[in-house]
Design a protein around this ligand. Sequence first.
Ligand SMILES: [Zn+2]
Length: 446
Amino acid sequence: MEHSAYCALVDKHRETILDTERHIWRHPETGFKEWKTSAYLADIFERAGYTLTRAGDIPGFYTDLDTGRPGPKLLILGELDALAAPSHAEAVDGCAHACGHNAQCAALIGIALALKEPGALDGLCGSIRLMAVPAEELIEIAYRDSLRRQGVIRYLGGKPEFLWRGYLDGVDLAFMVHTTVSSDTVFSCRAGSNGCMTKEAVYTGVAAHAGGSPHLGVNALYAASLGLQAVNALRETFQDGDHVRVHPILTAGGASVNIIPAEAKLSTFVRGATMEVIRETNEKVNRALAAGALALGAGVTVSDRPGYAPLVNDPGMMAVAKDCMTALVGADKVDFNTSWGCGSTDMGDLSCIMPVVHPYVSGASGIGHGDDYRIADPETACVLSAKAQVMMAAELLRDNAAKAKAVLEGSRPRYASKEDYFAAVDAFIADRSLIVYGDGGAEIQF
Ligand SMILES: [Zn+2]
């Protein structure tokens, strides 16, 4: 089937695609809470004849389209979650799709409906797994950690969680297309982007009357603020190519103005271009946080969790995506380059064990994650995105899956197995005091 024929299959479902974008926009839900979003999409899938495997205790589902001929299994993902963004102009219950995942959901519907059309899989081999995945935005860490402690989830992101559950077993290669703010280009892709880990730090001091007897207290807020200054003093040691980002916020710093704060809390990510950079930077950050506590004689504990692994787009997958996107909109509207993004996505976790590509489609306006972000051009963000993705799937799986097989042959994922990958990210898990005070002084453990 020609590219234009695949596009025509998507166009048949244009109304449903655009309705989905609007509906999901009006019903935003944050990660691991996307029950309505997941149900809305699942309903459309089931009405189209799909049999779904639902995660069940968390939102999200997947389904397989088998061509009936042996070959690689390709995964196409759409992300369900919105951001907690109470100041967004169109926030609903404090949430908004300020990252445009509603457009991804709409595109996923377009892909699903187009591929169910008679003849859509003719000439293809292998199978296509379509997946609605929860929780890409790494937010509400305390809530997710509570799910973790209850044993509902093991990982804070939807993709590593789905990977852990075995929902990607047998998948050979994967892609998704994320929305971005419109510019001169329609489609773009970078070489990759940062990974990250999360850290919650709790400083503990001693409460005392702030006016009458501050000498009896230990000020946890001051300890935390010194910790922040020490982290800032580290910044000139970060090397440009490592793309380090450390961006702590103070989340608690006292309850009553006339009490020396006995507790202060910080929350931060440590981001970097490789797992090694993240680990090394984390040691420095722990040292800096401990320095603030030591100055005051306060305690500090950290809870570290794996965030997302660095994303490394596979060059072979990038080439297929670029070709299809160029065929759709022309070379001057496609910008695939070698730059590096400093944000993080859990698509990076999948890139640890299989070839993936994570390009962007324009169609949004405003500032990403900002209060004015919205889908201004749904035709591009949703319909055109679905066309590009159906074309990519066909390109990879046609001619006895020649291109998919070439990608797999040329790809070198960082970890040989998902077990190796999980061992690497689990090494970030830590719950401990950075300082232990004893009779002989303070013992420091970074
Ligand atoms: Zn996003």
